[in-house]
Write a protein that binds this ligand. Structure first.
Ligand SMILES: [Zn+2]
Length: 451
């Protein structure tokens, strides 16, 4: 049935507009083949992963890109690991030929991963990961206990802002606290976001250093009380957490989430929040108050704001100013809004992560970059789908080997953003580092020679 659709797209003339609109939703190998044939940004993608080593400069590490693992998941779940490529053309040929349903990016190894067996036979066990972007993986399905609009892999405009908050908090801290500059945020295509920190300093982090950074972002330290997701200890909040709270989380909780998720709108929801209060007397005092105002004049719209204010007043009133309760308001806000990271992904260099510009098989949406400076404008439901892109190509008229195919589609602005806001500044920095390292090396050998 796929063949029919492809043929239909080649109809000429007036009919194009109608045909374009008629590209049925979906994800299949035929659609994907056109995407890989006309739209996937091979050159930008390759330039990214080469980090300047594909240039002519004598300081370039010519083996660098060829030591990077890509893995392909083919139709029928055939999984090809340890693919490697020496050029953008080679990458393009392979992707077009294999038509992967999913592309993952692994680490840069000590040797070409495709030739690891040959090396192993030679007796040198040198196949180890040596470089990898620092990555973060955030799934909205990890927020199911604090969102009432959707669950699992589903998301909507009421709960998606939880992902926007992740971007704001992490991006600010990665830049401000860690000094990283080259950070790529990508929509995962369905349920979350991925973050790629690409500074050379980040790529060279050891697993231990990655764990330390992941721990920096962790506010849940486990412990005996499993109901309590967040435990903010110590006499004062860590500056990063204090800043996150006042600059982002508090406003987001009070102005948006409280209302969009109707956090106090039912007995059950209220109970969930009361369980976060460690003092039983205070919790039951609030419970009684809310029982009382259930039938009072408070309208449905106001119930969330009113109950939240009552909770704050009660917890922060003079008589409850004990050590344990002082942080409780903050802890509730953190529990509902603070980024929930999949720590294991960040801690190990050899974790695979889905590549940007893949298409999610379930939604048909492209894994497009997200601009962290305008992340509140990002609408996952407006991200182009595979069938939409094919429709746009049709509407513009399918020309064989047209250079301008991309410009006619709504994917263009995402690739332009990738190129100008992420790739170009990063490659400039790579070039400078490479040249500086090379001239330092020259200087050093000159000094050695002059002895
Ligand atoms: Zn939702």
């Amino acid at each position: 049935m796929g063949d029919e659709r492809v043929d239909a797209m080649e109809i000429d003339g007036q009919q194009r507009q109608e045909v374009a609109a008629a590209v049925p939703d979906g994800f299949n190998a035929d659609y994907l083949r056109i995407y890989y044939g006309k739209l996937f940004p091979y050159v930008d993608f390759f330039k990214w992963l080469a980090y300047g080593n594909d240039a002519k400069h004598p300081g370039c590490d010519q083996s660098y890109i060829g030591r990077r693992e890509l893995s392909f998941t083919l139709e029928n779940d055939i999984y090809l690991r340890f693919q490697s490529f020496d050029s953008a053309a080679e990458l393009e040929t392979s992707i077009k030929e294999k038509c992967p349903f999913k592309i993952d990016i692994g680490p840069v190894y000590s040797i070409d991963p495709a030739k690891r067996h040959a090396y192993a036979q030679s007796g040198n066990n040198v196949f180890v990961p040596v470089e990898r972007e620092l990555i973060f993986d955030i799934d909205i399905s990890d927020y199911d206990d604090v969102r009432y609009c959707c669950s699992g892999a589903d998301t909507c405009l009421d709960c998606w802002p939880l992902m926007t908050i992740v971007i704001k908090i992490l991006d600010t801290s990665l830049r401000g606290d860690f000094g990283f500059n080259h950070i790529l945020w990508v929509y995962s295509g369905r349920r979350g976001v991925h973050c790629w920190v690409c500074d050379s300093r980040a790529r060279k982090l050891s697993n231990e250093q990655r764990s330390a950074i992941a721990d920096y972002f962790r506010v849940y330290k486990g412990g005996e009380n499993s109901l309590k997701k967040v435990s903010l200890t110590g006499p004062v909040l860590h500056p990063f957490l204090a800043r996150s709270y006042t600059d982002v989380l508090k406003c987001f909780f009070e102005d948006k989430l409280l209302h969009s998720q109707q956090l106090f709108a039912s007995e059950e929801r209220c109970q969930k929040i009361l369980e976060l209060i460690p003092d039983e007397n205070v919790a039951s005092e609030l419970h009684d108050k809310w029982q009382g105002n259930r039938r009072s004049s408070i309208s449905k719209e106001d119930v969330n704001a009113t109950r939240w204010e009552q909770l704050k007043t009660t917890l922060q009133s003079g008589k409850h100013k004990t050590q344990g309760l002082r942080r409780c308001v903050e802890e509730i806000v953190f529990s509902y809004t603070y980024p929930r990271l999949d720590m294991e992904v960040s801690k190990h260099m050899n974790h695979l992560l889905k590549a940007p510009f893949c298409i999610h098989p379930k939604t048909g949406r492209v894994c497009v970059p997200i601009d962290p400076n305008n992340c509140e404008d990002f609408d996952p439901t407006a991200v182009p789908t595979l069938s939409q892109l094919l429709g746009e190509l049709n509407a513009a008229g399918m020309q064989i080997d047209s250079e301008n195919d991309l410009e006619r589609t709504s994917l263009e602005k995402y690739i332009r953003f990738f190129r100008t806001s992420f790739l170009q500044p990063m490659l400039k920095a790579c070039k400078e580092e490479l040249e500086a390292a090379y001239s330092a090396k020259l200087q050093q050998s000159k000094n050695t020679l002059s002895w």
